[in-house]
Design a protein around this ligand. Sequence first.
Ligand SMILES: [Zn+2]
Length: 237
Amino acid sequence: MNDENARILSHAEGLLRAIEPVELGDGPVYLLDAASAAWFDSSTCIGATHPSFDLLLRPILESQGRWRGRGFACLLDVEWFAANAKPWGWRLKAVCRTTIHELAHRVCFPLSMLDSDVTEAFTVAAMSTDVAVDDVVGHGGTWLRALCHLAWRANATPWPYRLQCKADDLGDHGAYRLSQFRDYADTLRREIVRHHETPLREVLATEPPAAFVELLANESDDSGRVLRRGYPPNSGL
Ligand SMILES: [Zn+2]
């Protein structure tokens, strides 16, 4: 990996730690180039995580001298970002958006799954348009709620980690058919501001605002079914 990409991944790690410090704690954050994992199929997604990705990736991390014990791990298709987001700033934003997407998955994984040493290799798609994939990994209401919080926190984070992107950028509504991402974020605005320093797991364990639930209930297309399947917390995992 060249120095530029290494700097981008370092920046993304700093952003993740800034917006959800309790979840990540002092543990390692492993953001790896997908090309380093031969078994990973990056044809349908540009980023992925899994409760046991750190264990699955351990041999690679050890070979690179990077293994520091269990922690949050993502695979990122660095080649895709380099080809599709050439300017440094664009690539930085695209990588940060994807890692935030994956972090939203992480805070939805039950702690029992994170503690488990089970390493079945299923992947979490970041950019898949395949609803069947969504069925497996839970791009549901809980994940969406977490994403709305993380998006706001990322935008509110001071330089040098500030992301400065619109909410819709993180919602990736084209891929997930989240036609109303901005509306979801609006229903959560008061909660998001009040709890911007609260560990997300604590927030997700509470009842969401009625307007958020109502918006979910009114989704009528495929995305609505997927979103509702992922709600209440952890039911879609
Ligand atoms: Zn995902």
